[in-house]
Each structure stands twice: as structure tokens, then as C-alpha cells.
Design a protein around this ligand. Structure first.
Ligand code: AMP
Ligand code: GLY
Length: 423
């Protein structure tokens, strides 16, 4: 069969890379793709938001399945658009994707279906929000309601920080329309965990656990990014805890959304805080995480195309989703300045002869006549695999040290929290 992957980041490279390994897949296309997807797929120069052109391409090429990576086209209704034309596509409808697109919508559903999460209030009026924040005190969390590329959240340690964040979001318009409404949330203390699940509208199949590193600098310092690195599975999270998360959070959400008439099909991303009073939801996303996909997909034993097709067809209950007994660590190499302003076009070298079991996923790269150059904030996701987490980590960092581009920066402590616990 022929498959089209929509998107152009590290996540999409990981999806295309995995699909290309399937004996059932004869050809993978990626629209628009990047310098890395070009190695495993044929890049097609159609932007992810041009649904009409994508549909035309799918019909002309006779593509059997389209897989959507990023949230923006999902929220804009790419799945609805394809389905209305009878085309198979993996991902949630625009209505279901609102679980990611609107934090107040997600909070509302959680409340209705008894899913544990931080207490909150949402506001469209600045003065009311300010009064509420002053009444609650710090620490407190301020979130722009809409999409803000993972950057619209401020964990305020002091009242002054909280007030400043409210001003930036609601008055100065730092995140544009996404900040017309804010969610003010109780601060949750604990370790963060991501659990991705395949969902077919009803059946939930959890993946292995992942930990992301959102802050830009070592020791979780500095501003939040889209994610600077991941590892999987998380060794200190027991199967019992995963079951508890699935039974008290993921399944009730899937069931609730079905009851609401907006069944969720695709990957449901559950961001959790492991608090003293049990796991609680930080956020839901409507897609694979990035860079979570870069560690989870290499560890998937079952053919990805079987899982995706079963999800689309509502047949997930009949698929046994198996995982390799290995570990993976992904270290993101970013452009100087990221998550703030950064330049593009730096020449990337050292990608040949990678050590051990390494996979290099391209996030923001482009092939030019001069060679491979940087083309985004996050440039590469360097994934190391190993029997143990420690081995996977050593492999990933050995590879990172060989790769060069001007201004490259990365965290040196990906996976360290877990290793410290093991020691
Ligand atoms: P979000 O975009 O909602 O995932 O938030 C981004 C990051 O902010 C999360 O990964 C957490 O590190 C932090 N965060 C969000 N909500 C809370 C909360 N209620 N308590 C503590 N930290 C939070
Ligand atoms: N790495 C966080 C996300 O994909 O939302």
C-alpha cells in the first residue's frame, strides 16, 4: 500500500521512518517533509494546510492511508475534509482535536467525566482573572487557552510573575487570539510523565511511558520549548500505575468523548503530573508528541501500519500492540537562540558513521546544493537505542558529540532523573 504523512518535523520523520519499514508499505510520501524524510519517503511540496491539493495528490497517486502529524491541520479539519471524500486518514476530527486546541474545553470534559486534574477557573475578562489570581496566591499556573506552540504556559512562583503573565497574555497580546481566554490553574507538584495511546473512537491501546524535557536548559531551567529530549520507557513507572492512568484517565476520556458525540480517533497524548495524591492531567494533545514519537516509535514491535489502519477502521480491539524490551533516548539539537529568535541556513556536518544503534530524526533541516542546512529551531532529534536506559543514553550523546552546526545547543541531562533513581 501507499501512505502519505502530513507534516515536516522530527515526529513526521519518525512516523515515515517506521512506516517505511513495514513489508506492507510499498511507498511513503511526506508533505511537505524535510531533509530527513527525503531519506525514507518521497517529499511532496504541498503545505500541510492545503487540504484540496493534498486530496488531489492522494487521489492521483492512489494513496491508501494518510497520517497527520501536527495539531494545526487537525484543528482546521483535515480529517473531516478527507472523510467527507471517502479517504482513509489517521487522526481526530476538528471537534475531537479541540481537546488540544482549547484548554477550557479539555478542562470542562475532564470535570464532567471525573478525570483527575488541577482545579481551575477560566476567564475572558482581565480584571476578573487578576482578582482571582490575587485571591489564590502563588505558586499558580497561567495558560493561554488556545494553541501557542507549547509556550503559552507560565508556572508562576510569585504573585508578581503571575500578574505579569496575565498582563502579557491578556493585555499585551503576546499569543494573539490564543490569549483571549486564559485558564488559571492550581499548581501541581510532582514528576511529569507522558502516556500516548492509540484510540479508535472507543478502544484504547496505551503505548510505553515517556518523559519529555520541556525547559531549554539543563536542570529544567529556562523557558519552555516544544521539547528538548525524551526517553522511554520510564523505568520507575510501574505497570500498576500505567493501568491506573488508563482506567481513571484515558478510558473515561475516550468513553466521555464518544458519549458527547465527538469520538476521538488517533493518538491521544496525556500529559500527567505524578502528584502525592495520584496521577493528574496537565494537558491532552490530539497527536503524537514531538520528540516523544522519536523514542516511542523505534520501540514499537507491531507493524505501525496495522495499528493505524485498525484505529481508522474501529478495529483496535483486535490488534495486539507489542513493544521491544529496549530503551530509547532522544536528544534534541537546537539552533542558537531557540526557543526565541534563531537563524536558519547553518551547514550541518558529522552525520556519517554514527555509533551503535542510532537513528537521526530531522526536525528542521533542508537539503541544498551546499549540503544539509538548519531550517528550524529544533534541528535534529538524535535517538540512541540500547538494552538499558544508560546504554541508550551513552549512544545518543556519543552521536550528538559527532554532529556539528554553528550555534548548536542541547541539554546534557536527558534521562538523568531516571538514572539517578536507579542508582
Ligand atoms: P501545558 O502546555 O499545559 O502542558 O504546560 C506546559 C508545562 O507547564 C507542563 O509540561 C508543566 O511542566 C507545566 N505545568 C502546566 N500546568 C501545570 C500545573 N497545573 N502545575 C504545575 N506545572 C504545570
Ligand atoms: N513534546 C511535547 C508535545 O509534543 O506536545
Amino acid at each position: 500500500m501507499k501512505v502519505l504523512v502530513v507534516g515536516s518535523g522530527g515526529r513526521e520523520h519518525a512516523i515515515a521512518w517506521k512506516l517505511a519499514q513495514s513489508p506492507k508499505v510499498e511507498k511513503v510520501f511526506c508533505a511537505p517533509g524535510n531533509g530527513g524524510t527525503a531519506e525514507v519517503a518521497q517529499n511532496v511540496p504541498i503545505p500541510a494546510d492545503d487540504f484540496a491539493a493534498l486530496v488531489q495528490f492522494v487521489k492521483e497517486e492512489g494513496i491508501d492511508l494518510t497520517v497527520v502529524g501536527p495539531e494545526a491541520p487537525l484543528l482546521d479539519g483535515i480529517v473531516d475534509f478527507f472523510r467527507q471524500r471517502g479517504l482513509a486518514i489517521f487522526g481526530p476530527t476538528a471537534m475531537a482535536a479541540k481537546i488540544e486546541g482549547s484548554k477550557s474545553f479539555a478542562k470542562c470534559l475532564m470535570k464532567r467525566y471525573g478525570v483527575p486534574t488541577a482545579n481551575y477557573e477560566s476567564f475572558i475578562d482581565y480584571q476578573s482573572a487578576l482578582a482571582y489570581v490575587r485571591e489564590q496566591g502563588a505558586p499558580i499556573v497561567i495558560k493561554a487557552d488556545g494553541l501557542a506552540a507549547g509556550k503559552g504556559v507560565v508556572v508562576a512562583r510569585t504573585l508578581q510573575e503571575a500578574e505579569q503573565a496575565l498582563f502579557q497574555i491578556m493585555q499585551a497580546g503576546e499569543f494573539g487570539l490564543a490569549g483571549n481566554r486564559v485558564v488559571v490553574e492550581e499548581y501541581m507538584e510532582g514528576e511529569e510523565l507522558t502516556l500516548l495511546s492509540f484510540v479508535d473512537g472507543e478502544t484504547v491501546k496505551p503505548m510505553i511511558t515517556v518523559q519529555d524535557h520541556k525547559a531549554v536548559f539543563d536542570g529544567d531551567k529556562g523557558p519552555n520549548t516544544g521539547g528538548m529530549g525524551t526517553y522511554a520507557p520510564v523505568p520507575h513507572v510501574s505497570n500498576e500505575l500505567v493501568n491506573q492512568i488508563v482506567e481513571t484517565i484515558v478510558k473515561p476520556m475516550a468513553k466521555g468523548m464518544k458519549q458527547e458525540g465527538i469520538p476521538f480517533t488517533g493518538v491521544l497524548y496525556t500529559g500527567l503530573m505524578l502528584t502525592a495524591s495520584g496521577p493528574k492531567v496537565v494537558e491532552f494533545n490530539a497527536r503524537f508528541g514531538d520528540p516523544e514519537a522519536q523514542v516511542v516509535l523505534p520501540l514499537l514491535e507491531t507493524d505501525l501500519v496495522d495499528v493505524l489502519l485498525a484505529s481508522v477502521q474501529g478495529e483496535l480491539a483486535h490488534v495486539d500492540v507489542k513493544w521491544k524490551r529496549e530503551s530509547a533516548v532522544c536528544v534534541v539539537m537546537a539552533s542558537a537562540g531557540y526557543p526565541g529568535h534563531y537563524e536558519k541556513g547553518a551547514l550541518i556536518s558529522g552525520l556519517e558513521h554514527m555509533p551503535g544503534k542510532t537513528v537521526i530524526f530531522h526536525a528542521g533541516t533542508k537539503r541544498t546544493d551546499a549540503g544539509l542546512v538548519t531550517n528550524g529551531g529544533r534541528v535534529l532529534g538524535v535517538t540512541g537505542l540500547g538494552e538499558q536506559l544508560s546504554e541508550a543514553r551513552e549512544t545518543a550523546y556519543a552521536a550528538v558529540r559527532q554532529i556539528c552546526f554553528e550555534g548548536a545547543h542541547y541539554r546534557t541531562d536527558i534521562g538523568e532523573k531516571a538514572l539517578r533513581r536507579q542508582r
